[in-house]
Design a protein around this ligand. Structure first.
Ligand code: PEP
Ligand code: MN
Length: 334
């Protein structure tokens, strides 16, 4: 971090900030030019809040040199993180597809989708038991009963389960029964929940917030990892833009950007990113070509009857077809 000092500042005016920085173990390097004076800081600057530095009247601006995400960043952890759930790997060259319904609706629905996505090559089963819905008057998930149905589907198919936690009330149940805990876009900055989930030290699928930057996402991952978790999967699921022809705008460039900045695996959710099932395949192929580590795709046996997100859910045959094409893209990349 570099502090640019306003012209005309006297040396004694800098004393309080010097004392404060030294007390926090920071080494100060002064850079004095003809018209500009700067204070370079070396050491663990993550303990310094730029908000408090900017309060000093002589500070013109602060230039950040290091990234504030030390655990999620690649700098101190150059090797790719590989998430391994009962031998099913994601990241570090292991491409994996997570598929299943938006929400768990019934035993028959989740079991039949689980069987079909497994047959098509998915290695994890997704399904929401607790659903974050914009309207309080629509289906909000089966709750704990939904979790039981996911467990039954895992028992039959062997697919590890990925499902979203909405509230800390269910931390114990998720710790006991869920293989990968999803934190949804709407909770990406629920810092208390991030920390509590991180403390469970289980794999986490962290979705990018609706209006969050890549750095916001990495800082959210940092909160989870500061709690103790190591295996965080970053998920780009589309962001809000002025474009209305799709539900969200898929930020595909987030894939190489995240992979450059972080060692964590990156998956793309073409379902929530686009909102339309016809767009799920082309965006899955594009995401694969862009180098993501996996995909998370909504699949429903009868999308028109789905209780949530039917318009963006592909049918099992569509999913199987898409998987064949994804494999072709992957082969072409090798
Ligand atoms: C979901 O995966 O079903 C979901 C609600 O996703 P998001 O948090 O990305 O909207
Ligand atoms: Mn959904």
């Amino acid at each position: 971090m570099i502090i640019v000092v306003k012209p005309g500042t006297r040396e004694e005016e800098l004393e309080p900030i010097r004392k404060m920085l030294i007390s926090k173990g920071i080494i100060i390097q002064d850079i004095v030019g003809e018209t500009t004076r700067m204070m370079g800081m070396a050491g663990d600057t993550s303990v310094i809040s730029p908000d408090s530095i900017i309060c000093y009247p002589f500070v013109e601006k602060i230039i950040r040199v290091q990234t504030p995400y030390k655990l999620a960043g690649r700098k101190f952890h150059p090797a790719d993180t590989v998430v391994n759930v009962s031998g099913r790997k994601l990241g570090g060259g292991h491409f994996a597809v997570i598929a299943g319904p938006c929400s768990v609706e019934s035993e028959e629905q989740v079991l039949s989708v689980a069987r079909e996505v497994k047959a098509a090559g998915a290695v994890f089963l997704r399904g929401g038991a607790f659903k974050p819905r914009t309207s309080p008057y629509v289906f909000r998930g089966l709750g704990m009963d939904g979790l039981e149905l996911l467990k039954a589907a895992r028992k039959e198919t062997g697919l590890p389960i990925v499902t979203e936690i909405l509230s800390s009330e269910y931390l114990d149940a998720f710790a006991a029964d869920v293989d990968i805990i999803q934190i949804g876009a709407r909770n990406m900055q629920n810092f208390t929940l991030l920390r509590q989930v991180g403390e469970l030290n289980k794999p986490v699928l962290l979705k990018r917030g609706l209006s969050s930057t890549v750095e916001d996402l990495l800082m959210a991952a940092e909160h989870v990892m500061a709690g103790g978790a190591h295996d965080v999967i970053l998920c780009e699921r589309g962001i809000r833009t002025f474009e209305t022809s799709t539900r969200n705008t898929l930020d595909l460039s987030a894939v190489p950007v995240l992979k450059e900045k972080s060692h964590l695996p990156v998956v793309i959710d073409p379902s929530h990113a686009t909102g339309f099932r016809e767009l799920v395949e082309p965006m899955s192929l594009a995401a694969t070509a862009a180098g993501c580590d996996g995909l998370i795709i909504e699949v429903h046996g009868q999308p028109e009857a789905a209780l949530c997100d039917g318009a963006q859910s592909v049918t099992p045959p569509m999913f199987a077809n898409l998987m064949v094409k994804v494999e072709k893209i992957r082969k072409a990349l090798i």
